[in-house]
Write a protein that binds this ligand. Structure first.
Ligand code: ADP
Ligand code: ADP
Ligand code: MG
Length: 502
């Protein structure tokens, strides 16, 4: 047992604040680090102490292991929380922290390293009979041999970077004739983005849901799961809306996936909070994708339905405490939704729209939680992820959580930049989402033409697909003159901009 008294949060934005709040409740002193671009940031003001660690670029500040460790020594810090992103999944950092005699709030460097490689992770869990997407279990190097395997697996296939993350380093190959070109592109992308050109093949699941299981493991060998999060609403293979529980899991399937997730965690002697990601196909078969060895962006939905503070649990585990509950003690209570409010323009392919938060007014009230790191008048820096806030709503059931989300989106006032708020409302009002009958293709299927926003979106799937096919053929700008999805009204992106929320 090693009581933590002073915690450095090696991160910024909403997650740095969120971690510090729990630390403060536990009577732990907090230290913020910040870059020159974040001098005015809320996490800097909230912390008991704050140290500038360098210029704006992450590589010169938030990723400087040596500088961060030096700050720890100087200020007598006894633990580091890495948040998500940045150094959170860097095994070398976890190792260095440990060597410096500081507690790393996360799993062992070995577990991080193992699960950081999708291929090594698959190999490690093989002994546990975990279902996996058909494909190769090793890095592909020989193009001809790889083509043969891809043909056996059956097109379309996905070429994936073993070291990939954040939805990057993935290429869909529809036909064998494109294979070689796509493989070369995948390898060079993986090399430049992750410093590791290892790629492998997975069967491309046509209409999957992304369902992940939250796990917690302590240093005494206890591992539990905290049920699932449904994260199928994605753009660029990256989540925008998450919820817990999923609208489609039966208690049996939930228990089976939970058991698998615990086995995956056991395969790497997992300690702390982690997430095991799965794809669920149309026939409700699930397949292990990867494990994320950190606190996940969307962890609040799990907190809302379990009543647990995941950051407190992480800290207690890091101090050496055994979990204070067993699997049987955990139950799902109510329903939670999260919308990631990004500084992105949904009408323009969700491209980042950086600028100043001229107006910024948060929604409030029963069942509404906003985790953010900004205030009115602040600028969203161009150097980092453009997430402004996580808007979380919680209700007795899914219907109530959806109603609260719509109400909260309507109350949320942001001007100066485009955000994903109107997209969130579109999703909440869409029949496919409301019925629970949706998958990772939601945006592709229903939101290719953002003008459907101003038409009533409750359309038959095929009707929309047909209209979108004629409207678009891949060219967004045509939408301004073509008939919209319903009743022949002419609505386009420019109209949508006018009509959209504040
Ligand atoms: P998660 O896996 O937690 O759902 P994503 O899939 O969106 O989150 O993100 C994938 C990668 O990008 C992870 O390494 C995550 O830590 C990082 N990341 C996500 N959002 C942010 C952010 N707002 N700031 C920094 N890093 C982020
Ligand atoms: P990352 O490390 O970037 O998070 P993941 O393997 O977790 O990579 O996949 C991210 C997303 O990409 C998934 O949520 C899913 O939408 C899509 N995806 C990944 N693998 C497949 C697959 N085999 N078939 C279809 N979609 C996939
Ligand atoms: Mg993933």
């Amino acid at each position: 047992m090693r009581k933590i008294t002073k915690l450095l949060v090696a991160n910024r934005g909403e997650i740095a604040l969120r971690v510090m709040r729990s630390a403060r409740e536990m009577g732990i002193k907090t230290v913020a680090i910040y870059s020159e671009a974040d001098r005015q940031a809320l996490h800097v003001r909230y912390a008991d102490e704050a140290v500038c660690v360098g210029p704006p670029a992450s590589s010169a500040s938030y990723l400087r292991m040596d500088v961060i460790l030096e700050v720890c020594q100087r200020l007598g810090v006894d633990a580091i929380h890495p948040g998500y992103g940045f150094l959170s999944e860097n095994a070398e950092f976890a190792q260095k922290v440990q060597e410096a005699g500081i507690t790393f709030i996360g799993p062992s460097p070995e577990a991080i390293e193992l699960m950081g490689s999708k291929l090594a992770a698959k190999a490690a869990v093989a002994q546990y009979n975990i279902p996996m997407v058909p494909g190769t279990e090793y890095a592909i190097t020989d193009v001809e041999a790889a083509k043969e395997i891809a043909t056996q697996v059956g097109f379309p296939i996905l070429i994936k970077a073993s070291a990939g993350g954040g939805g990057k380093g993935m290429r869909v190959v529809q036909h064998v004739s494109e294979f070689e070109e796509q493989m070369q592109l995948a390898v060079s992308e993986a090399t430049s983005a992750f410093g590791n050109g290892s790629v492998f093949i997975e069967k491309y699941i046509g209409s999957p849901r992304h369902i992940e299981i939250q796990v917690l493991g302590d240093t005494h060998g206890n591992i539990v799961h905290l049920f699932e999060r449904e994260c199928s609403i994605q753009r660029r293979h990256q989540k925008v809306i998450e919820e817990a529980p999923s609208a489609v899991l039966t208690p049996e399937l939930r228990a089976a996936m939970g058991r698998c997730a615990v086995d995956v965690a056991r395969a790497c002697d997992y300690v702390g909070a982690g997430t095991v990601e799965f794809l669920l196909d149309e026939n409700m078969n699930f397949y292990f994708l990867e494990m994320n060895t950190r606190l996940q962006v969307e962890h609040p939905v799990t907190e809302q339905i379990t009543g647990l503070d995941l950051v407190k649990e992480q800290i207690l585990i890091a101090e050496g405490n055994p979990l204070s509950f067993s699997q049987e003690d955990l139950t799902i209570n109510g329903h939670a939704l999260e919308l990631r409010v990004y500084a992105e323009d949904p009408a323009n392919n969700f491209l980042p729209d950086i600028g100043t938060l001229t107006t910024y007014k948060r929604p409030q009230g029963l069942g509404v939680r906003v985790d953010d790191g900004f205030e009115e008048g602040m600028e969203i820096p161009i150097y980092y992820d453009p997430m402004i806030a996580k808007l979380v709503t919680f209700g007795k059931d899914r219907q109530e959580a959806i109603e609260k989300m719509i109400r909260a989106i309507e109350e949320y006032q942001i001007t100066g930049i485009e955000t994903t708020l109107p997209f969130g409302k579109f999703v909440m009002e869409h029949e496919a989402f409301r019925s629970g009958n949706f998958d990772t293709k939601f945006i592709e299927r229903y939101f290719q033409n953002p003008s459907v926003l101003s038409a009533a979106p409750r359309q038959d799937e095929e009707e929309i697909a047909a209209v979108l096919a004629t409207l678009f053929a891949g060219q967004l700008k045509k939408a301004t003159t073509a008939p919209a999805a319903q009743g022949g009204t002419t609505t386009g992106i420019s109209d949508w901009r006018k009509n959209r929320l504040k």
